[in-house]
Design a protein around this ligand. Sequence first.
Ligand code: EPZ
Length: 430
Amino acid sequence: MVYKAENGGIFLEWIEVSGGRPLNGVLKVQGSKNAALPILAGSLLHKGRTILHHCPRIQDVDSMVAILRDLGCEVTWEADSLTIDAGNLCSFYVPHQWGEKMRSSVILLGSLLGRLGKANLPYPGGCTIGERPIDIHLAALGEMGVRITSKEHRFEAAAEELTGKRLRLRFPSVGATENVILAAVLAKGRTILENGAREPEIEELLRFLKGKGARIEEKEGVYVIDGVEELSDSEFCLVSDRIVAGTYLFAAAATRGAICLEDAPVRHMTAVLDALRRMGAVIRIGGGTILMDGRKAGMPIPYLKTEPYPGFPTDLQSPLLAALAVAEGESCVEETIFEARFHVVRHLNRMGADIRVDGNRASLKGVGKIHGTYVKAEELRGGAALLVAALAAEGTTLLEEPGYIRRGYEDIFADFRRLGASIRHHQYGG
Ligand code: EPZ
């Protein structure tokens, strides 16, 4: 697609991949995007400094940094460390463009309420993978004394005093769990949250908040938060990104390569490593290192479904499809988290895959080989899956809209080049 660059010029960008080469080599895994975003929001709860190490330099983090600066924070990068000083936080108004550019800006709701008692945010809106409502967030915060008023595409949340309550989420929404925890940290009294999400990124948020003096305990998805008066300066090192690590492993399996991932969040990847073993990969673990021999990873997976953690993560469903497309035999993947997360299938089928979608199930007939063609990324993880397929395909693939992939992957094109891939970046105009 040809579109206008910021300076009004015509701008066209695509990635050219010459596929069919096994990926081999060693990579270090970047910091976790989905841990960084709620933790950056959480830094607003403290009238002082927070230093975050191992922060991924990706578009979504850049967007969150820009929002924090809009709200009055001082934020500086030094290599992969971010220093945030939220002492001068002076606004609770998140400009409109951030709702479209990054729907996870909704994660600022809990911390702005906790610090300022008010938040005025754009409705995040849906995206290609689903409607993405926030009713669970708003219902839970409403029980804590928050009043919500809607106006066009925005909403304002306000609470004279946030009060701890016993709450139960109807579904273990990751974002809603994070927003309730962030709102409860400085609230009056005790909040007990039942049926909360248990993703590793929330475990990270708890580790971060406790390191700042918050009083939080968790047991089997029940969170108990006792409000405190204030938090303290802190330094924190982010865990590595389990979805990025899994994407790289599926790419190596799809190209029948063998790779070593260093600084990988191994204990958060059990379901992913099990799926790779079912495909025939041989995996050895040592500390934070994953060694995977994917030379025989061409077996099908008769049935797998995505589930809340510790089940197989929905964010790796599309990269898994790409790897299964070039396996032998019949596989079936059921998506239970998002209602529209199979957009990538039509692009994979144009590459020669044989995938049928029926409701929330994708049935694949592994074709062994697929071929390069022109494809277009439509969202982050689907775009990553198309890159995995292009690396496995025979011939050349032109992948347009690579910007979607940069939202979550720090340097994926250079990383795959380090593993032997032939990837060229093209852009015209701008
Ligand atoms: C987080 O999104 C992640 N994003 C997503 O990763 C991830 O796919 C998702 O959790 C599930 O693991 C970040 O952490 C920034 P949810 P979130 O609230 O919080 C429905 C990526 O690729 N729902 O657990 O938005 C919702 O529609 C992204 O990195 C409601 O109905 O996920 C969805 O079907 C994509 N009402 C399901 O719950 C609500 O109020 C799971 O959503 C909230 C959610």
